[in-house]
Design a protein around this ligand. Sequence first.
Ligand code: RTP
Ligand code: MG
Length: 140
Amino acid sequence: MAIERTFSILKPDATRRNLTGAINERFEKAGLRIVAQKRIHMTEAQAGKFYEVHKERPFYGELVKFMTSGPVVVQVLEGENAVLKNREIMGATNPANADAGTIRKDFAESIEANSVHGSDSLENAAIEIAYFFAGCEIVG
Ligand code: RTP
Ligand code: MG
């Protein structure tokens, strides 16, 4: 299996409830290595551009508001099959539909305040990593 890198965000509901360590433990136990990480408070412009693919969706405005409502932790996770593995550990977007033992089942507050973001493809992972990190900030 290929070693991949994926982009992850610990969302404002996770930082507010002091859950960053508990969530990082899930990644590390699953064999994903945190090769870059920083705490930032996204501007509206930053979040708006990051979620541009959802611009026409009814929840776009609320999503940008939520993602700028507090600090987030942006990360690069590295490991075998990292993109898909992270999506599995995260669980379904809506915690009500998430499998037992997933991050969203155990920690998410709602479909919006769902604790984590993870890239949905290798191609998007590369774009999202480059949006937040310089190459020299990623140490494998
Ligand atoms: P993410 O991008 O955050 O990893 O989540 P995802 O792929 O599972 O979900 P996506 O469809 O890409 O939606 C992005 C984020 O928008 C919020 N959302 N709210 N109110 C709603 O119906 C609704 N649907 C989605 C969630 O925060 C979701 O993670
Ligand atoms: Mg998504």
